[in-house]
Design a binder for this molecule. Sequence first.
Ligand SMILES: *[C@@H]1O[C@H](CO)[C@@H](O)[C@H](O)[C@H]1NC(C)=O
Ligand SMILES: *[C@@H]1O[C@H](CO)[C@@H](O)[C@H](O)[C@H]1NC(C)=O
Ligand SMILES: *[C@@H]1O[C@H](CO)[C@@H](O)[C@H](O)[C@H]1NC(C)=O
Length: 520
Amino acid sequence: MAPPAPSAGARLLLLRRLLSTATEAVAEAAAPTAAAAAPAAAAAKAGEKGGSRPLYRRLSALGGAGEGSVSRVLNKWVREGGTPRVDDLVKHVKELRKYKRHAHALELMDWMVNARGMHMSHTNHAIRLDLIYKVRGLEAAENYFASLPDPAKNHRTYGALLNCYCSAKMEEKAIDIYRKMDELGICSSRLPINNLMSLYMKLGRHGKVDSLFKEMKVKNVKPDNLTCCILMTSYASSNKIDAIEELLKEMVEKDVALGWSAYSTLASIYANAGLVEKAESALKKLEGLVGVDDGKQPFDFLMSLYASVGNLSEVNRVWDVIKAKFSKVTNTSYLGMLQALYKLNDIDRMKQIYVDWESNYENYDVRLTNMMIRGHLKLGMTDEAESLWEKAKEKGAEFDSKTCELFLDHYMGKGDMNLALNWVENMVKLPKKAGKLDQDKIHKFQKYFEEHKDADGAERFCNCLRMQGCIDGKAYESLLRTYLAAGKKSSSLRQQIKDDKIEICYDIGKLLKRMGDKGR
Ligand SMILES: *[C@@H]1O[C@H](CO)[C@@H](O)[C@H](O)[C@H]1NC(C)=O
Ligand SMILES: *[C@@H]1O[C@H](CO)[C@@H](O)[C@H](O)[C@H]1NC(C)=O
Ligand SMILES: *[C@@H]1O[C@H](CO)[C@@H](O)[C@H](O)[C@H]1NC(C)=O
């Protein structure tokens, strides 16, 4: 089977995925999390004194609780005899941060300083700065940095500020800080350079990425796997595949450990370039580098990438590895497998996987049913798609805007506008803004009802527009034209237009008159 042509969309997706890993990695390094140092269990144990429940468990149970909730938990815990220690609390901060509970992490740090007068180390200042940026924005982060005592303005806090500017894509400020760090002689690590490189890559300034890499060599800074990923992606966007191969050689010479994620980047670059054999050999390397602690993510990448090069047998083999390796296969993995098989047009295997999921799932996940519907519709198997949906409904499942969109687009594509209308009606019943019709679709519906003299259909469609809050004069003009075409009358339309707070303009007035409306 020929590999599917790499679409611009797929390429962008890859870039975005890589970039988010890259920036996360940079942020991580600027303000290291507990990922390596303190596994969840250890953090939960820390500070166990005080009350019956360990502090972290109480914090963790807060979920999405608002401001003040963290201080309340801490004060209560202290009253119950808990002894706050900087190291323990910072571990909790890092855990919360790891789960993206930035506001809670920041409140905990604020409490340490404001309520307990605890001293912040330079590293902790960097973490706090990063959290302030995430919770309160750039200006607050800048003010925090400005307020730091001079000794605390070191490579860590400067690095954290640089990271803020890079995330905010503020090139000039980022450069200023970077040059300042250079002047102070605290720029000799690869972190600030990686950070700036990844900014330039996001901005599409590939020449700058390259010159920073040269600067790195001049400064004798050893690149790492992230440097390599940024460069590979940058070269790939300029279609410089040869440069990537040179770079890889250079990394080997410099003894840089690349890790599985670098090979996954490399494999997707090759796959997008249609270099199947090279992609497959990168995937073999990727798989060989997966460690016991890497979880299931590398396998999800493997499935998706083998699908991109059109290798069904490898997709199935990796799926078997996942099933054998992990006691619980997640909805994400099932979804990834369905997507891979969809790419490969293997509807029968998709059915097997879906049945397997149906007999195993804990929580219904509409994305999987949508994927099956998409697979069937692609092959024109409309009845099967509808009955998939019916079966899911019997089990109490609810559709989402994606479901509606799939059927809507399918029926519109076939010109079955009445069937399509059913799905518009389903869509507008969803919670507000879940799905929206674009102008092109609206126009197609209106044109169809006018041409087919279908006043009932036009009324139903106008109802949908009203429910979406986007009924306008044009919609009424079309409705009136449809009435006229059908030779139908309505005495309530003028009032309805007024009720919708739409001005009766010259065109609408003329149409109303033609319909025999006397106009009052
Ligand atoms: C780079 O390697 C380190 C450790 O080897 C790993 O933790 C990190 O995820 C890797 N980052 C990238 C972007 O490959
Ligand atoms: C799939 O990959 C395997 C292992 O790399 C290879 O032996 C096989 O020839 C590939 N199959 C196809 C159809 O490309
Ligand atoms: C997917 O599974 C995770 C946990 O396994 C669950 O938290 C999440 O809600 C599921 N997603 C959907 C959309 O059901």
